[in-house]
Write a protein that binds this ligand. Structure first.
Ligand code: ATP
Ligand code: MG
Length: 880
């Protein structure tokens, strides 16, 4: 058998299925497109889901891919088994209602035994318990003897995801030989050890589950298969684990070199080496797909992997930052199959370096705080760290929860998971409430799934704002209907439409859909799978029916203003790259008729000077009145012209390139001005950080900017009126007022302290002796906490050694303060405990240090009782 390399195997697989009439597609991004159910793509099938569910028509009934995948669920296996990575590539052939079991299994066998040349005697298929059809194909058609075909239950061999399409699987295992076995006499196919390695899985989607485990045969059956490229390489190259195959071995050796460690000598060392090797692959690929480290969602997965790699680096004794160097080796090994790695390499290095540096800072601090917490746990003989402590480490010190957990587990300790999650939830709810609510206008999205996937809509809005077309589909909020009548809310689809649906950051058009008999107000326009454009809104008059020819009319002024802001966004992106550098990548944008918002990758706040430069460049290119043109071209050609594209974005084969003179060129489907002069003027209103390494600019043009300045002018006039001045003289007026204010302030200070002294009068008469400690417990009127502390200091001077308790009622509330001098503390006095014991009398609580404490309360009537009680408490303290 020839020992093919990883890059060769990938190619051979794709070509084999191309020869069987499959359409080969490039790997999709790791970021799922239009799929909220999934954080990261974890199989070849995941990005093709709309073709399986029938929501979208596939470009071909047979497809083949090599898909990058992330499985964080396998994270605990990584480094410990020979066959698991968090990142791996999945080879797969797919049939959408075309061929089925017979063809797929025959090809599986032919590919493995004839194309690649694996020994048939080492291969073992498995089928689902009662899938006799698959069993017969393996036995009768492919010729495998019965004792070599295994039957497994639901857990291994049935693919299912709640309601919907599902079906049995058939796996292929490869016997790598006894030396990889666990030695258990029962060890056979299906054992968890590394001897019989699952390399390929065929999923036969043939049933529909109604949710109550009633299975009905699907009319159109599908094939979905998956084979780990690394696992295939592992058996083809006859090496011990996926960490020994050509591309990954080079990376692994790089790790060893950095750590000055030898591979294969010590188990723990090897685990760390493999973890780093695996994680840096995930990290590099995720960043190349536009994922940035953050505390939520996939950004958190990235952060966690990166930090875990750092920590294992420390365990190996690597000092300083090392991940960027390793990332270079990842790129070198995989750029053949994934050119985006090389295209984005500078960016990947920047993100990795920044995150690693930041983590190194937090980890030292976090480790020492965790060590303190562990010591406290040992003293109190507890084995579980409280959720609040774990949360504090995470929230205040940025120390990852998983790391806390791992470190404690290594020492046989635990952490209160639920308590941590509860603390986290409290924080999330607060954050969520603070965030602005984006309300999705429109129906329950599942209603759209029942629309015939063959129906699409043509967008004619680049050239038209009004257009006549025929209604193809109508829905209410929860069902497809034949007509909508007065007052009903719903969604209208037509053959053609000038309405722009929200996408590429540009917010949707609004407007009207009319006939002589009915009128519908469009509040939002949405783009659905399969190229359907839905107009969401409400009937305002009469009735509209399927098949009606309607006039679709976009609200023109809103569109015109959005176009200005959108075109300005392109100029802004280019200007940012000129001023800040080419690491600037779009990380999100939002454009409407009022303003534009642009998120981009950059690692520090912009200076005032940089902001000014960017504004000047944009305005210069507005004044130059550059022509704006749009052209459709193949994606490859567009890339060659240097058009800026969103990375991680799923583009079709033909893309639209929008150019503004020679200044800017971007892939964009949005609606633009015809000439940059139309934008009139541009101004940045704010520049802020939204996540680590991501900045946000908000800016205005034309009408929005005019309104902004009008508002500023009004505010200024109002401010001037308030201080009886004019806008021109406002600054002088404020300067004068500030110095007057300062003079008044110092006068108040001196009066206040005089008053406090008078209020006290000759209080020294009230000093009593508790044992031989002097106690002064008094009540004063209307003094706040600051005043009380000042007063306490003065009294202490007069009193000498002793304890002072002062209570004051101010604005219906009670302020309490106690101090104990060093001598009194030595005799047992404790100001903090004292105040804690008496604060209840004034309906409050508090505490503090032995020498100083304060408290608040709500019940002024209790002051006398509290003061009296202080004598009793102090007596207890000094006698005990
Ligand atoms: P296992 O039980 O070994 O974890 P699986 O049942 O999770 O495998 P599938 O979900 O059927 O695997 O995925 C299809 C193929 O993808 C597998 O046959 C294997 O070749 C590969 N694969 C799955 N998980 C991983 C992983 N974590 N690392 C590398 N390859 C993987
Ligand atoms: Mg698995």
């Amino acid at each position: 058998m020839k020992k093919y390399g990883v890059n060769e195997l990938r190619k051979i697989f794709l070509e084999y299925f191309e020869s069987k009439d499959h359409l080969a597609m490039k790997s999709f991004s790791l970021v799922p497109h239009n799929d909220k159910s999934l954080l990261l793509i974890n199989s070849g099938m995941a990005p093709l889901k709309p073709y399986f569910t029938g929501q979208e028509i596939p470009p071909n009934k047979r497809m083949v891919t090599c898909q990058k995948c992330i499985r964080t669920g396998d994270i605990d296996n990584v480094g410990k088994t020979a066959r698991h990575g968090t990142f791996f590539e999945m080879l797969g052939n797919f049939s959408f209602g075309d061929y089925f079991k017979k063809e797929s299994l025959a090809w599986t066998w032919e590919f493995l035994t004839e194309v690649i040349g694996l020994e048939p005697d080492r291969l073992y298929p498995s089928v689902y318990l009662d899938d006799d059809e698959a069993w017969d194909i393996w036995n009768k058609e492919i010729g495998i003897t019965p004792e070599r075909i295994f039957r497994f239950g639901k857990e291994d061999n049935f693919w299912e995801h709640g309601v919907g399409p599902c079906g049995p699987c058939s796996e292929v295992y490869y016997d790598r030989g006894e030396k990889y076995g666990c030695g258990n006499p029962d060890c056979t196919v299906g054992c968890d050890c590394d001897r019989y390695m699952e390399i390929w899985n065929n999923v036969f989607t043939q049933f529909d589950n109604d949710g109550n485990n009633n299975y009905t045969e699907l009319e159109k059956k599908n094939i979905d298969t998956g084979m780990g490229l690394e696992r295939l390489a592992c058996v083809v190259q006859e090496v011990e684990s996926m960490f020994d195959i050509d591309t990954i071995k080079e990376l692994r050796e790089h790790v060893c070199k950095m750590a000055n460690a030898e591979y294969g000598k010590d188990y723990d060392t090897d685990v760390s080496i493999r973890v780093i090797t695996d994680h840096i692959r995930s990290v590099s690929f995720m960043i190349s797909d536009g994922i940035m480290p953050s505390n939520e969602g996939r950004g958190y997965v990235l952060r966690r992997l990166l930090r875990r790699a750092c920590r294992h680096g420390r365990l190996l004794g690597i000092s300083g930052e090392f991940l960027v160097e390793l990332s270079k080796t990842v790129i070198k090994g995989s750029k053949d199959g994934y050119p985006e790695l090389e295209e984005k390499q500078d960016f990947i290095f920047k993100v990795v370096a920044k995150e690693e540096e930041q983590f190194n800072k937090t980890i030292d601090q976090g480790l020492s705080i965790l060590a303190d917490m562990e010591a406290a746990m040992a003293r109190e003989n507890v084995k579980i760290l409280s959720g609040d402590h774990a949360f504090k480490l995470y929230d205040t010190y940025g120390f990852p929860f998983d790391l806390t957990k791992e470190i404690l587990e290594e020492k046989g300790l635990g952490v209160d998971d639920e308590g941590f999650q509860a603390a986290m939830e409290v924080q999330r709810t607060t954050a969520r409430a603070a965030r602005e609510q984006t309300n999705y206008m429109g129906a329950d999205e599942t209603v759209y799934e029942s629309i015939d996937p063959a129906i699409t809509s043509e967008f004619v809005g680049y050239d038209h704002l009004t257009y006549d077309s025929k209604i193809t589909v109508l829905t209410t909020e929860n069902e497809v209907v034949d007509a909508l009548s007065d007052g009903q809310a719903g969604t209208i689809f037509a053959e053609q439409t000038p309405f722009y649906a929200t996408s590429g950051g540009q917010e949707a058009d609004t407007g009207y859909i009319r006939t002589a008999d009915g009128e519908f107000a469009v509040k939002d326009t949405i783009k659905l799978l399969g190229g359907k454009i839905g107009h969401v809104g409400q009937m305002v008059r009469g009735m509209l029916k399927i098949g009606d020819t309607v006039t679709l009319e976009v609200e023109a002024e809103k569109r015109a203003l959005s176009a200005r802001n959108h075109s300005a966004t392109h100029l802004l992106q280019k200007a940012l790259r000129l001023v800040l550098g080419t690491h600037v990548e779009q990380a999100g944008s939002s454009v409407n008729d009022v303003r534009l918002r642009f998120d981009f990758t950059h690692f520090s706040a912009m200076t005032a000077e940089e902001i000014k430069q960017v504004e000047e460049i944009v305005n210069k290119n507005i004044i130059a009145a550059l022509p704006v043109t749009a052209e459709n071209m193949p994606l490859d050609v567009a890339r060659k012209t240097g058009a800026a594209a969103l990375f991680g974005e799923k583009y079709g084969d033909i893309v639209r390139v929008v150019s503004m003179g020679d200044f800017s060129k971007e892939l964009c489907g949005g609606t633009h001005v015809s000439n940059t002069g139309v934008i009139t003027v541009f101004k940045i209103i704010s520049e802020t950080g939204v996540a680590a390494g991501v900045r946000r600019i908000e800016a205005l043009t034309s009408k929005g900017l005019m309104e902004y300045y009008n508002h500023l002018e009004e505010t200024l006039a109002e401010a001037a009126r308030a201080v009886k001045s004019s806008p021109e003289q406002l600054t002088d007026r404020i300067t004068v007022m500030l110095s007057e204010n300062k003079a008044l302030h110092s006068e108040v200070e001196s009066l206040r302290s005089k008053l406090a002294q008078e209020a006290v009068g000759d209080v020294m008469e009230q000093v009593i002796l508790v044992g031989d400690v002097k106690l002064l417990a008094i009540k004063v009127d209307g003094v706040d906490m600051n005043g009380l502390r000042e007063l306490g200091d003065q009294l202490k001077e007069k009193l000498g050694d002793g304890v002072i308790v002062i209570a004051s009622a101010a604005d219906g509330k009670v302020n309490l303060m106690t101090t104990a001098t060093e001598g009194a503390v030595k005799q047992g006095a404790h100001a903090g405990n004292l105040i804690k014991a008496i604060a209840g009398e004034v309906g409050g609580g508090g505490g503090g240090r032995p020498n100083m404490a304060q408290a608040g309360g709500k019940n002024p009537a209790g002051i006398d009782k509290a003061l009296a009680k202080s004598k009793e408490i102090l007596a207890g303290q000094i006698s005990g």
